[in-house]
Design a protein around this ligand. Structure first.
Ligand code: SF4
Ligand code: SF4
Length: 364
């Protein structure tokens, strides 16, 4: 079975959104104690606080040889090779290291691939590897299997790809995880997995799906089922899991047994139930949030909206939760329909349209 990696995308935070190191540091220590090695961050994660969190909780407190660190270049932000190179140097400083074990271009899709080519980002990767500043090189990916095939054909120097894989997206027509996995296997690339629990969506299932899984394995959490799915894929080297509490570390680091054929079929059945039951397939990644000119808490609103659509008889609980958020940030009805969120969403959701549905539901 492959390894679990600690993704620094969803960390414990204080009220003011700063990182809660009193909770994070023991999590990092426990992860290493239990045999974990992989840590993953990105320049943009957590409003650019994630790399600093790597430094404060990991690299300043543990031997460099005791962990494997991957980071990602936000190449889509830059217009020249020089800016990308300068960003890389800044990332080393922020993380408090002098090399990354794995260095990836962040979020390649059609548009970002074009930018990467124009700005010499693949040249940068090759140079960093030759200089010993990046052990292995590659990219994280959100687009079609056809484009993935094209990129890997044009760039055989790539060692590793980071793909979104979980049992809900495996046969999804939007994400096409199974087809992307097959392309990466065809090119003999090492595969890292992001979102094995789909941003927590697969940790809390509709009652009907949860009952099916509980009957089979009463002691296993829903998240564990999701992780076992990704863990059983042969070419996968590491699954990155965003862990926000020490209990999740304890649970994720328990030995994983591969799924049986029957269990895989059961998960496919559950995926059909979940799809039917989920209004917005948002993973809560927050990529859209920084671009919103109205400061609308988009993922939080989608989480509430999903909850509302799943349990209409609980709207007495959900409406006050919405009102509290709307008081702190902006109401969904204050959206100006600019659709920046649509462009930034790696799940290719029509986020602006869903925000209008949220407004119609909660801002009546
Ligand atoms: S469409 Fe609305 S929610 Fe989306 S970025 Fe624009 S203002 Fe924000
Ligand atoms: S709407 Fe898209 S970009 Fe925004 S949090 Fe959800 S999945 Fe991420």
């Amino acid at each position: 079975m492959n390894e679990i990696g600690f993704g620094f995308l969803r960390l414990p935070q204080n009220e003011d959104k700063t990182i809660d190191y009193e909770r994070l540091n023991p999590m990092v220590d426990r992860f290493l104690e239990l045999g974990g090695r992989y840590f993953d961050t990105a320049y943009t994660y957590l409003d650019e606080l994630s790399e600093e969190a790597i430094r404060k909780s990991l690299t300043e407190r543990h031997e460099r040889s005791s962990f494997v660190l991957s980071d990602k270049l936000p190449g889509f932000k830059f217009t020249s090779y020089e800016e990308c190179r300068a960003c890389f140097e800044r990332q080393l400083q922020r993380c408090g290291v002098d090399y990354f074990d794995i260095y990836l271009l962040h979020g390649l899709n059609e548009e970002n691939y074009q930018i990467a080519r124009e700005n010499g980002q693949f040249r940068l990767l090759r140079e960093l590897k030759a200089e010993g500043k990046a052990g292995r090189i590659g990219f994280s990916y959100h687009d079609t299997p056809q484009l993935l095939d094209k990129i890997l054909t044009e760039h055989p120097e790539v060692d590793v790809v980071l793909l979104q894989i979980n049992y809900l997206d495996w046969n999804s027509k939007a994400i096409r995880a199974a087809e992307c996995y097959d392309v990466a296997v065809k090119h003999a690339k090492q595969i890292m997995v992001m979102e094995p629990v789909k941003g927590g969506t697969l940790a809390k299932l509709p009652e009907k799906a949860e009952n099916i899984l509980r009957e089979l394995r009463p002691d296993d959490s829903m998240a564990r089922w999701a992780v076992r799915f990704a863990a059983g894929l042969e070419q996968v080297e590491v699954m990155l899991s965003g862990m926000g509490a020490i209990e999740q570390i304890e649970e994720n680091m328990r030995p994983l047994e591969p799924l049986t054929e029957g269990e895989r079929e059961t998960l496919e059945r559950c995926a059909r139930i979940i799809r039917k039951d989920t209004a917005v397939a948002c993973t809560g990644c927050s990529y859209c949030v920084g671009g919103c000119p109205r400061d609308i808490p988009i993922p939080e609103y989608f989480a509430l909206y999903n909850e509302y659509r799943r349990n209409r008889n609980e709207d007495w609980k959900i409406q006050p939760a919405y009102d509290a958020l709307a008081k702190k940030y902006k109401k969904a009805s204050e959206c100006i329909g600019c659709r920046t969120c649509d462009d930034l969403c790696p799940q290719r959701l029509s986020a602006a349209q869903y925000i209008a549905e949220v407004a119609a539901t909660f801002d009546k």
